[in-house]
Design a binder for this molecule. Sequence first.
Ligand code: ZN
Ligand code: ZN
Ligand code: FE
Length: 760
Amino acid sequence: MSADAGVTDEHGSVRGARIEIAGLVQGVGFRPWVHRLARDLCVRGWVWNDGRGVTVEAHAPQAIIEHFVRRLVDEAPSGAVIERVQVEDIPPAAAPELEIVASRSSTHAQLSVGPDRATCPDCLAELFDPADRRFEYPFTNCTTCGPRFTIVTGVPYDRPETTMVDFVMCEACRREYENPGDRRFHAQPNACDACGPKLRMPGTSRPLATATEALLAGEIVALKGLGGFHLACDATNDDAVARLRARKGRDAKPFAVMVRDFEQAKSLAWLDSASEAALRSPAAPIVLVPARGGQLSCGVAPRCSWVGLMLPYTPMHHLLLRGVDRPLVMTSGNHSDQPIEIDDDEALERLGPLADRFLVHDRPIAARADDSVVRVIAGAPTVLRRSRGYVPRPIRLPRAVPEPILGCGGLLKNTVCIAVEDQAYLSPHHGDLDELRASEVFEAGVGRLESLLGVQPRIVASDLHPDFASTRYARRRGGEHWIGVQHHHAHVASALAEHRLDAEVFGLACDGVGLGVDGTSWGGELLLASQLGFTRVATMRPLRLPGGDVAVREVWRSALSLLWDAFEGELPADLPGWEGVGPAKRRGVEQMLLRDVRCPPTHALGRYFDAVAALGLGMSEVDYEGQAPMRWEQIASRGAPAYPYAIDGGARPWTIDLRLTIRALVAELLAGREPAWIASRFHATVARAWLDVLDRAADVYGSRPVVLTGGCFANALLTSLMLTGHNRDRPMLVHRTVPPGDGGIALGQVWVAAGTAEAT
Ligand code: ZN
Ligand code: ZN
Ligand code: FE
């Protein structure tokens, strides 16, 4: 460094330092806080936002600079996540008292804008204070709360790069925005009733009051929210809920419910402290919790003992919920399985037949972001759908990637991921890509992430399945730089990335389906895996699915196949039948099994759960994938003994053989044991069998950490049985911030591709 003896102050000679703070430091009140800290410590210089985060050019004596840097990291505002601090000496200069200067864009931008955050307590107090100038203003926000990712159109995060660009701040708002001591200093969406966005409802000048009255009268209201449109109705009104279900074309999938406040949530569900923390967090996700029953219409979550609750997360939601003072169904504004609507005109057109009224506003939505879904598993919140409130918070990788990499995800619950340096950015949820509009949304999602990050990855990773829209896109785009990643290897790698494990692990990946490297369907896999590759150590004995994919909906088919295998074609005579499955239909499927035609085998544990639940619950068909296993988990509890099972430890991969289990289970069923008992024993059996396999694997391959991944580990009972039953000498890790299901595999694809790219 060059020390300029000419610049000194009372503490001695002044040094210059450029402090680069990378991470989630924009839109969280970071610069005003730096300003205050610098003033307190008499640090002079400049601070600005850039494409990577926040940079401070500080000029002060060396000891003060060191103290300043330490406090920058230790006392950062609550919303900030500091990923990296780099300090570099620069020539000292005669600087002003720390000055906040205009943002600069940088060539290799890292996305440092944060996720959308629920209305903070300060803003909430203003919203309901008749003396405040923002009394009942539905777009109130500040530097610790409000829209972020869903209004951003470019980087760096500044008002001109948001959908607030056309709203010119009034005198009062501008003063707040420019005052470093104010809670709204550089709050990009800062607005008030005089200058900001406004609510609108066709045909009325009292949009909020009219919406409230309509909801109380049982009407369905389409609401423009943060990351898309919702359809709302009174969750205590059976007719309204039934009408919404019929119009959406949604048979039985549970609806999410927004409640007025935490007190109301407690009256509807059993909440432990972890669920409470998740509900109240700034991400404000939907939290799956056991329902108390009673107040909600049974149409909200038919034949389901859980309910998905969330708290209001914008001032508009708070005003509406206080107005109606009862829980509201709040479901994505779309037809079943289609992407959530974000554009006003398209929403009016597509949702017109679904909604009685439209409550909209004039702040455009830049990015689609569905509500996120969280569930407490083994005592801690686990993100099952990672979207609004979490995106675009990066996941820090174990190491930097050699160059930017795009992972295109799978087919269902699609998300994509781009890794730049040691940060991986997962996109919001795109839904299921087996549908034309979802594919458009997928490509738009890739484009948006690329433009925000300022990269166009050359290396493109995807699943191996040739028919997925995401695979076709990846192959077309990546060309010779396409890297296909086996589905369950991607699941395991996503856990490695989430836990920053740069090691070889036992990855237990259990889900509904995934293409194996041998062309068959996998889904109950123990892999000895690292970032670079895997060995298939063990799997489930294959289960044949009569009619293939039809069996995912008509679960009785898998159940019959399971029995056929366990009893070698000689089914017990007095087995209970399935409603709506006539003898002819049943004989047809028996013929398929006998002749082994159109009965593709699968190793998927998810399909075993379908089959056993269909058997135990007498369920013939499901309305959505996972419905039967979910019900099966809901009636089960801990503490039941396992049924017998076998492990074929001969050829690799070893197989878990549940034929003994099924025979014992059927005997109990025929003896009249209640399904809850059988469900409990079945869960215990699956956990016991895998723990047994893990012990053997450790004997053969040596001890390794274990990761649990795949959609089956959204099952909290199965996950906690694994965690409590395993050998304590080996760590066993589960997903927390990245979904265990297919919403997480894009991250795993990127991580595997990074290893492959480095090795070649
Ligand atoms: Zn606020
Ligand atoms: Zn204003
Ligand atoms: Fe999967």
